[in-house]
Structures are given as structure tokens and as C-alpha cells.
Design a protein around this ligand. Sequence first.
Ligand SMILES: Nc1ncnc2c1ncn2[C@@H]1O[C@H](COP(=O)(O)OP(=O)(O)O[C@H]2O[C@H](CO)[C@@H](O)[C@H](O)[C@H]2O)[C@@H](O)[C@H]1O
Length: 491
Amino acid sequence: MDSKKLKILFISSEVEGFSKTGGLADVAKALPLELRNMGHEVVIITPFYRTIEHRESAQQIHQLHLKTDNARPDIPFAVQELSLDGIKVLAIDNAHYFDRSGLYGEENNAYADNGERFAFFGIAALLTSIAEDFSPDIVHCNDWHTGLVPYLLKARFHSNTHFTDTKTVLTSHNSAYQGIFEKSQLNLIPEVSSCMDDRVLESYSYINFLKVGVIYADKINTVSPNYASELLTTLGSHGMSDHFIERIHDFEGILNGCDYNDWSPETDKLIPYHFDSNDLSGKEKCKKALQQEVGLQVNDTPIFGMVCRLTDQKGFALIIPILERFLRHNVQLVIVGSGDPAITGHLTALAAHYSDNFKFINGYSNELSHLIEAGSDFFLMPSIFEPCGLNQLYSLAYGTLPIVRAVGGLKDTVIDYDQDPDNANGFMFYEPSANELLNILRRALLLYIEHPEEMLRLKTQAMRSHFYWSDSAKHYERLYHSALHIRPQWE
Ligand SMILES: Nc1ncnc2c1ncn2[C@@H]1O[C@H](COP(=O)(O)OP(=O)(O)O[C@H]2O[C@H](CO)[C@@H](O)[C@H](O)[C@H]2O)[C@@H](O)[C@H]1O
């Protein structure tokens, strides 16, 4: 048994508690904490965005710079130290790149220089590791933002003794976002562009950050086994299947977990009443609190909730066509989300028309997302694709039955009532069709109206399905060890 504790440099463009636009942030907090609890030494590197939380407590610990060509001045950056429950968080501080109102863009328009920004971030993260004298066993990269890092380690730092024994793991949380930019953006970061070769640059005028990561990382994973198998198909891979197939022996799916420190109805500080699977009376009170909070009538009407980034991925092309027919039933619906202006426009118009039973909150609210998870009867996630999905896991924890499409990680975590009533914890449909969605919403509604005792059994069962981060972290540990060709300690 090998009990080697690893030094892990975890690089992520979002970390819950500091910056967040979606599920990447949740993982970049929960996984490092779990790895640390297993005894590994973890350092997180992330950008020092203008909106980063706890900015005031940051300590500047390094002042570094990237070399450029002779024509332009070097690019300076500072490293700010923060802490995530005792884990060192090193935030890369360069005002030109990160002192902006958005993380990746404003008003749903991506910043034009995102390629340059995240090429800078990748190399700055590695230089920070050197300045910090933290010589990692594993550099764990996340999503396209860090896709160049595995290549940079091989091409730019191969003879640097700091990284002699370092291996890389790349986690793709969403392979639809690939980071495709004009190659010319890299020219502004000569420390990156000077070590690019033809295999990376190909013959096109664009560079695909995620693809570079998939080609050069020592091990690759995505966030559920089912999405991993989808990424090996033409239909489910967002055009990336050839590259995942090429790496099939180094590629796997590791299911995300649910961070029960933040998402437990027994202890959640953001909900007004607590409850557990033996006594759901607190959930009934949370439902009333939710209705009151969003301005719905306080009564026993079944309430459907949804919290997400407003993107096509989340299934709005299925929801919007049937929303009016659905809202004519005796139901209440709350959606909180922000993003695509076309989706925002549709939801705003429908919410104005059906103001009695549909509330759309256009924005981002952590507090409301917790109240929706706690107070809803059902949670809607009819995604077109879903690498893992976290909200269905949060829903299960709060006894809120997820209604999902059978894709990606949703299929790995939800058991449909019709298919397997004994073990069911939610509802699942298959075809990406609006009518299929309406059918399943009606099935859920029928159960609520006609079989309250079954509803209660299902809610209780949902609350007893657990997805522990400690289990996921053991899989990551095994992946790290396989990257290092070391036998995992628990075998
Ligand atoms: N308006 C809003 N207000 C408050 N909170 C909001 C919000 N919009 C989103 N959130 C929060 O952001 C997170 C979203 O996580 P998801 O995993 O469901 O989706 P996302 O597509 O962002 O993540 C990607 O990465 C994760 C992590 O690997 C994968 O699970 C997923 O499938 C993949 O698409 C949840 O914590 C949710 O509560």
C-alpha cells in the first residue's frame, strides 16, 4: 500500500466563496477541501478578479512579471494570498486582465481578449508555483481556461527542475466551452507563443484551448461516467470525439459530489427552517417562505423550481414552447437565472402574462437558490446535455424531486419513478422534445395530486440518496496516482 501524500496545484478560473458563475466554482471548492482532508497538500490558483470576495483580506506575497519581446514592456503581476478553510489560495493579480466587472464578459458578450487573458493566467500560475517554491506532483487543470497549462509544462518548463516529476490532470466540466481564439492573441504573451509548435497551432488561424489540454494532459476526466461515454460519440462530444477517442486509455468520468456542508436542509444557514428525512414539516414551512419571498400565493399548490445559467444547454428550447400550456395547470413555477438575452426576454414576457403563478428572477442569487431547493416540490433540469449537474444533487438532498432529461450526469444520478418505482428519486425523460417534457411534468403533477403518500415516500427516498465528495475525491486520488504510475494507497 502506497500512502504517498501528494502536492497538488489546483488551477481554476472560479472558486466558490471567491468567484462564481456556475458549477465549476462549486467543484473547485469542494474537491480541494476533500483532498486536503485526505492528507494531501493542495494549493489553489485562481484569478484576482475585481469582484473576488474577501479582497480586503488578501496579502500580496509576490511581485512577478512575464517577459515580452523588446518592443513592449514586461507584463507585471502580483500574487495575492487568500485562504479557503486553511487551504492556500493564490490569486493572480493583473489589473489589465482581471480588474473588470465580469469574469468572462459583460452583458452576455465575452471579452474579445479572453484567449490572451487565460494564456496569461496559465503561464502566470506556473510561474507562481515556482516563486512559491511549491513543486507539485500533480497540476490539476480545470476547463479550457487552463487548457494550455499541460502543454506549457511540457514545452516551456520541461527542463525546469521545479517540475521534473510533475504530471497533469485536466478535468473538463463542460466540453461545449472550448476556448477557441485567433492565434494572434497569443502573440501578446510571447512566453506562451514562443514555445508553440505546429501540433498545437495546426494549420488554422485558431487555437482551441480545451483541445490542447486534451492532447497534452497526462490524464483527462470529465464529471460523470455517462458524459464521458457521450464525449466518445460524434453526437455528444461537441465536435471533440476524435480527440477524446485518441486519449481513451487516459480518459474517464468521475461523478461530482454534493457538498453537504453547504447543501444540507439540516444545517443550511440560508434557509429559514430546517428539516431531515424523518420530518419534512420544516420543508413545508420553507415552501411557504419561498412563496412569500417571490410573491406567489401561499398555499398547497405544487411548486416547481429552477436555478441555472440561462443557456441553450439547460433546455429552454424545450421549456419555452410548452410553458403556457403548463402554466394553465394549477401549478407554481419559480425560475432564477441570468444569461442569454433571448431566453431572458421570453421568460420575462411569460412571467408578466402569468404573474399569478410564474415568477422569473433575472439575476444571480445564492440565497434564493437555497430557498428554491428547500421550498420547491420539484426541480426542473431538462438539459440538452449535462456533464454532471449539481442542482439535481442539491434537490435530492432537500427532498425536491428532480425532473431531468436522461443525459450526462443526470442519467447517472436520477432514478425515474415509472421505470423503477421502488428506488425512484425523481423523474426522467429521454427525447429532447417539448411534448415529452410536458408529459413528464404532467406525470409529476398527477403524482402530487393523487398520491400524496407516494410523493412523501419519494421525497424521503431522494433525501437518502447521497453523493459524497469523499467518494469522488478517492477517484481523483486514484487518477493522480495512475498519472504518477503509483499504486493508490487504498488498494
Ligand atoms: N442565477 C443563479 N443564482 C444562483 N446560483 C446559480 C445561478 N445560476 C447557477 N447557479 C449555481 O451554479 C451552479 C450550477 O451548477 P451546475 O453543475 O448545475 O451547472 P453548470 O452548467 O454551471 O456547470 C458545469 O460544471 C459543473 C461542475 O462540474 C457540472 O456539474 C455541469 O454539468 C457543467 O455544465 C449551482 O451551484 C447553482 O446553484
